[in-house]
Design a protein around this ligand. Structure first.
Ligand code: KG4
Ligand code: ZN
Length: 339
């Protein structure tokens, strides 16, 4: 018999460079959330190396799960289900999480639940506002994704816009790399930008004139690189803080513009901004000010739930558990997976 009153779900997330496990009891009692980041290891290479990520996941996953259970004060026997990220992400990284989740689920004879990583990011919003009502718009901005999604109910998604090339986080990472800054670039640029003048360098706002809700950040990245080259060849020093602020402002302007256009077109009054880039300080402030002005209810997860974590996977899995949406044991992970 499934415990539908107060299920205890163990969730596992290994889609990129964070090995994470969390235990959620019922709809909202997050009993533990453990995240082990590999950032320092990949920083040496200027980006995530899939083989190294997979090896790290393999070394860490059992320890992280054990930590999550200890922190939650439970044993394997207390679990009602095991949830895991099925994609999108690095295939060999996803595989470690999936095979571990299958093993635990099979050994305990409890259901296996699959969660889309993007869906997980959206559900991080429910930790911030458990009584968030549908429908709402979600802007998911991470290292791999930039999407505008209309969410009509649990599991009811309609993607109305996405990036045509680089994701927002990817643009932060690439610009930082070109400037010789460390990986990941987002937090570094965020910090530098707080001391810079966002109007100092003139940069394009790609796609802002286009109808529709798609994004493109590759041109902005190229514009920054060209600007750096030109300034240097003209004998000028790059004003790093001003450049970080100007680039960040361009990204935020486009994200805000498209998001508010979509809110208007689809007559939505609630917005969830999620994913790693949503931990950006200036972006949070800007969305918060614009939403206050336009009477939009805004939910942005706290920073630790913006970047990759298993707690968000557990949250989404809870609603699947209640609907008996389980995975068979021959389920596969997918590097590309739409909502
Ligand atoms: O959601 P996430 O942890 O992983 C993916 O699903 O991709 O997002 C990671 C991305 C990276 O590109 C990183 O540079 C960016 O989020 N990021 C930030 C900040 N913190 C992380 N971007 C801008 N400002 C930040 N403070
Ligand atoms: Zn993510």
């Amino acid at each position: 018999m499934l415990n539908k009153k107060n299920p205890v779900i163990l969730a596992i997330e290994t889609s990129c460079d964070e090995t994470s496990a969390a235990v959620l009891e019922g709809e909202g009692n997050l009993r533990s959330s453990v995240v082990s980041s590999q950032v320092e290891i990949h920083a040496e290479y200027g980006g995530v190396v899939p083989e190294i990520a997979a090896r790290q996941h393999t070394e860490n996953i059992n320890i992280i799960i054990e930590e999550a259970l200890i922190e939650a004060g439970i044993g394997f026997g207390d679990l009602s289900a095991v949830a895991v990220t099925v994609g999108p992400g690095l295939i060999i990284a996803l595989l470690i999480g999936m095979s571990t989740a299958k093993a635990v689920s099979y050994a305990l004879d409890v259901p296996l639940i699959g969660v889309n990583h993007i869906e997980g990011h959206i559900y991080a919003g429910f930790f911030e506002k458990p009584d968030l009502e549908f429908p709402f718009l979600s802007l998911v901005i991470s290292g791999g994704h930039t999407s505008l999604i209309v969410v009509n109910g649990h599991g009811g998604y309609k993607t109305v816009g996405s990036t045509l090339d680089d994701a927002a986080g990817e643009a932060f990472d690439k610009v930082a790399k070109f400037l010789g800054l460390e990986y990941p670039g987002g937090p570094v640029i965020d910090k530098l930008a707080s001391k810079g003048d966002p109007g100092y360098y003139k940069l394009p706002r790609p796609m802002i004139e286009h109808k529709g809700y798609d994004f493109s950040f590759s041109g902005l990245k190229t514009a920054v690189i060209n600007l750096i080259r030109k300034e240097r060849s003209d004998g000028f020093e790059i004003r790093l803080e001003d450049l970080a602020a100007s680039f960040q402002q361009a990204v935020i302007d486009v994200l805000v513009d498209k998001t508010f256009k979509a809110l208007k077109t689809f007559s939505l009054e609630r917005l969830v901004v999620a994913g790693g880039v949503a931990s950006n300080k200036a972006l949070r402030e800007r969305f918060s000010n614009e939403c206050a002005k336009q009477d939009i209810e805004l939910v942005i997860p706290r920073q630790e739930f913006c970047t990759d974590n298993a707690a968000m996977i557990a949250k989404s899995a809870y609603y699947k558990f209640m609907k008996n949406e389980f995975l068979p044991y021959d389920a596969e992970v997918k590097s590309v997976l739409s909502l």
